[in-house]
Design a binder for this molecule. Structure first.
Ligand code: AKB
Length: 320
């Protein structure tokens, strides 16, 4: 991996994934080489203080072009998106941010000859008629959330640009991501982060999903590893230019609560399913990521017990 002479723009740098990915990229490439950008400045001081930061609205093509001129980016990580739960409250806004944002980045990439782009997709591209267990890479895709529809359209768009214009675009279909450094916002899988915060604060948790709702999940160190392994793999290994299935574990709210109870025995959970239950019910329970394993050797490190221990230890330190 050659890290010299790269200039990397991370859009959506203050989000759950963006915060950690920006810090990781800065470790690898150098602080000055990685430009964090978001619609507003982060409360995460390490992110704002460790390198360049730009306020950026991804819908503003002119500002994007100005930044590309100023920094001469060689790579873009375009993470800014409205997630599934917020998406159902604001469908038109979600469509605009998710689709126009991606279109702007793809056009900029073509115009400025940017070498590599990363764009995240999601398990939300699957829908009620997709096989729910061990969902394969290629299968029925009939998402019924605006977020899922925008991600599926984005996947088709990325593959089209890769084939037609030879752009080097890479993507992963993330499951729910769990980390302790930054909070998620507006997703259906967010409960799996919130539950750890409540447990460490000694409070009960009221879950908005039913106790036996299984969803695919991944701990943040694995999400960072998957993203960077994909981006650092030789181009000829990347056979999928829509987006790769990746996963690490699958669990239900009852199972994560039980896992937390092995360290915090009096932790209590109750269930009050809301509109997010329907979204979760349309998504896979588990994912087959054998194509990612084959193409670029994907393997996760964290299962539920190992993640639980690490989350609790780090949150306890943070809140002490
Ligand atoms: C969400 O819940 O919307 C996201 C996702 C699975 O893409 N975390």
């Amino acid at each position: 991996m050659n890290t010299i002479n790269e200039k990397i723009l991370v859009i959506g740098a203050c989000g759950q994934l963006g915060t950690e990915l920006t810090l990781e990229l800065r470790k690898l490439y150098g602080n000055a080489q990685v430009i964090a950008a978001d619609i507003a400045i982060s409360q995460h001081t390490a992110l704002a203080e460790s390198g360049p930061f730009e306020i950026l609205d991804v819908l503003d093509r002119h500002h994007l072009a100005d930044l590309a001129y100023k920094y001469e980016f060689t790579q873009i990580y375009h993470l800014a998106a409205v997630l599934s739960a917020t998406g159902e409250k604001r469908p038109k806004f979600t469509w605009k941010i998710n689709m126009k944002g991606l279109e702007n980045i793809l056009d900029l990439t073509l115009e400025k000859g940017i070498a590599k782009v990363y764009w995240p997709s999601s398990i939300a591209v699957f829908g009620p008629n997709t096989p729910r267990h061990y969902t394969p890479q290629h299968t029925i895709m009939d998402p019924n959330t605006v977020y899922g529809i925008s991600k599926l359209t984005g996947e088709r768009f990325c593959e089209y640009y890769a084939n037609r214009y030879k752009l080097d675009i890479r993507s992963l279909r993330y499951p729910g991501l769990i980390g302790y450094k930054a909070l998620p916002g507006g997703g259906t899988t967010d409960y799996a982060v919130d539950i750890f915060h409540k447990a460490v604060e000694g409070q009960p948790y009221e879950c908005y999903l039913a106790e036996n709702t299984y969803l695919p999940m991944m701990y943040m160190p694995d999400a960072l590893k998957a993203t960077l392994d994909l981006m650092h793999a030789p181009a000829e290994k990347i056979k999928i230019r829509s987006s790769y299935n990746v996963t690490a574990m699958s669990f239900s709210p009852a199972e994560v609560a039980a896992s937390i109870r092995s360290s915090i025995p009096n932790f209590e959970i109750t269930y009050k399913p809301d509109y997010r239950q329907q979204i979760a019910a349309s998504w896979p329970e588990s994912i087959n990521d054998s194509v990612a394993q084959q193409d670029w050797n994907w393997q996760p490190d964290y299962d539920l017990p190992r993640m639980t221990q690490d989350m609790l230890e780090n949150l306890q330190k943070q809140k002490a």
